[in-house]
Design a protein around this ligand. Structure first.
Ligand code: FES
Length: 176
């Protein structure tokens, strides 16, 4: 082997070693960087997406009134619900008109007028009807729309347990 050939061979072996060291370093650093970036980015993605993946908590029942306080005359009860909407949690106040029908069954109506959403009152005109002061809609004791409003008052889901009335989500009126 000539001197020139020996020199070429040793030079190419040095090149190979240098390349493989570079590759090793770049793989190692790249891998470590990706691992660290994943450690930072994945929790951020999880935080951003998590509330969307959670089940909504709107279907729970809330203790609102003592069963013994409910008569055939509708009474207004105010209560709070805990609401989770994505990242936003709140405790808005709700109200319901609760009464017993002729069979003694307890039912609860939403006070939200089905015309444009004002709040109705019971018997404010001394006519045993619900009345909305905004445009004078009227409803029967069961929530049937008698004037102005296009639909009956909504109803709450009701559960009676251990002497207490619990209210759940609003549903379309099933009484009229
Ligand atoms: S909002 Fe009730 S009558 Fe118009």
């Amino acid at each position: 082997m000539s001197n020139h050939e020996q020199h070429e061979q040793s030079h190419s072996s040095v090149m190979r070693k240098t390349m493989s060291r570079r590759q090793f370093l770049s793989y190692t650093l790249g891998g470590a960087g990706a691992f660290m970036a994943g450690g930072v980015v994945l929790p951020m993605i999880r935080f951003a997406v998590d509330p969307i993946l959670q089940k909504k908590t709107g279907g729970t029942f809330v203790k609102v009134a003592e069963e013994s306080a409910i008569t055939s005359e509708p009474k207004e009860f105010k209560y709070q619900i805990h609401q989770v909407d994505g990242w936003y949690e709140s405790d808005p106040e709700r109200s319901a008109w609760i009464a017993r029908d002729q069979n003694g069954t307890i039912f609860a109506l939403s006070p939200v007028c089905k015309h444009l959403g004002c709040t109705v009152n019971w018997n404010s005109q001394n006519d045993n009807q619900y009345f909305c002061p905004c445009h004078e809609a009227k409803y029967s004791i069961d929530g049937k729309n008698l004037r102005v409003a296009p639909a009956p008052l909504d109803e709450y889901e009701v559960e009676v347990r251990d002497g207490w009335v619990y209210l759940g989500p609003v549903k379309p009126n099933s009484r009229v």
